[in-house]
Write a protein that binds this ligand. Structure first.
Ligand code: TXA
Ligand code: MG
Length: 317
């Protein structure tokens, strides 16, 4: 396939995306968190294209994006607490892993054999227009090759997946820049943190349980979000030939947020990792980031970027 065209996410672009999705193809498109690689979640051939384009292992299930609670109810048996959380945070960067309905009609590869499904209602006009136009749930993982840095603009997607997909809808830079927070809610109403993310845990008003080895999100491989260069954390200074990503008073070659604003740092993180990776240096050093609010999700992604490849780990256990 030739390189994917990047087209503006205007009415024409959105119509083109919907038509490709209807025909069983994949399309990269913006959300408020990161760019997603979407396919009609009900078409097995379309879902298979996501796994092929990303090089994603078949055991790693996909997040399904919905227009609203009505669509969510067709796919999952929503525990009361999941309904409460959705009412508070949807549309927005919260994904809920809940018991899947036997009659959900989704391609089986979407859930990778699990009895739960991860649902999210995105807060982005382009993604929402595509969802509403299609009228079906969209499976959409982040639009990067499996294990690589997530994309926060159309150029990142083109760099990583351009040769593997037919279309990238350009909706500008993602407002949040980090993937959604994933909470598991089981039938008994127990809430488990499966992935820290763009929704800061402080906003929940309660502390979710830590995931154990059996409930950890299958895709949380230790080495993830991996740049090609080695990554060194908590670096106040750079060593010779390292590209230094600074934070606050630690200036670095570039800075996640000179004013030490963690929201700004979250928004810039993946872009600076992409830039550092393309710098031609021999390594990436990253300044210390406080472990509060969005800092938790930033540090989670950085630890994974720095981890040696391979192996499953439970970061909370
Ligand atoms: O912000 C986001 O969540 C973005 C945008 C595009 O919506 N999507 C995203 O998808 O980050 P992805 O595939 O890159 O990450 C989804 C994670 C994976 O680690 C996967 O294993 C986990 O969600 N997951 C999917 N279904 C699950 C389930 N039923 N139970 C536990 N984890 C699940
Ligand atoms: Mg991802």
């Amino acid at each position: 396939m030739t390189r994917a065209p990047i087209i503006a996410a205007d009415a024409t672009g959105i119509a083109r995306a919907i038509s490709l999705l209807r025909g069983g193809d994949v399309v990269a498109l913006p959300t408020e968190t990161v760019y997603g690689l979407a396919a009609d979640a009900c078409q097995p051939g379309a879902v298979a294209r996501i796994y092929a384009a990303k090089g994603r292992p078949a055991f790693n299930p996909l997040i399904v994006h919905v227009t609203d609670m009505d669509m969510a109810r067709c796919l999952a048996d929503l525990p009361d607490l999941a309904c409460d959380l959705a009412a508070r945070f949807w549309p927005g960067p919260l994904t809920l892993a809940v018991p899947v309905r036997a009659d959900c009609g989704l391609a089986t590869a979407v859930t990778a054999g699990l009895s739960t499904i991860a649902l999210r209602c995105p807060d982005h006009p382009v993604m929402m227009a595509v969802l509403q136009g299609l009228g079906r749930p969209l499976a959409a993982p982040s639009a990067n090759r499996s294990g690589r840095i997530s994309p926060t603009c159309a150029a990142h997607v083109a760099h990583d997946l351009g040769a593997h997909i037919p279309l990238i809808l350009d909706g500008g830079t993602c407002a949040m820049g980090l993937e959604s927070t994933i909470l598991g809610v089981n039938a008994q109403g127990r809430v488990t943190l499966l992935r820290p993310g763009a929704l800061a845990l402080e906003k929940l008003g309660f502390i979710p349980d830590r995931a154990d080895a059996t409930s950890i999100a299958p895709g949380r491989l230790a080495s993830h979000y991996a740049p090609h260069l080695p990554v060194r954390l908590n670096a106040r200074d750079a060593r010779a030939d390292e590209f230094h990503i600074g934070f606050g008073a630690i200036a670095g070659d570039c800075n996640l947020s000179a004013s030490a604003d963690l929201m700004e740092a979250a928004r810039c993180l993946f872009d600076l990792l992409h830039r550092a990776d393309a710098s031609g240096r021999s390594g990436i050093a990253v300044a210390p980031i406080p472990e509060t609010g969005p800092g938790r999700a930033i540090n989670d992604r950085l630890r994974r970027a720095a981890a040696p490849s391979g192996g499953l780990e439970n970061p909370y256990g």
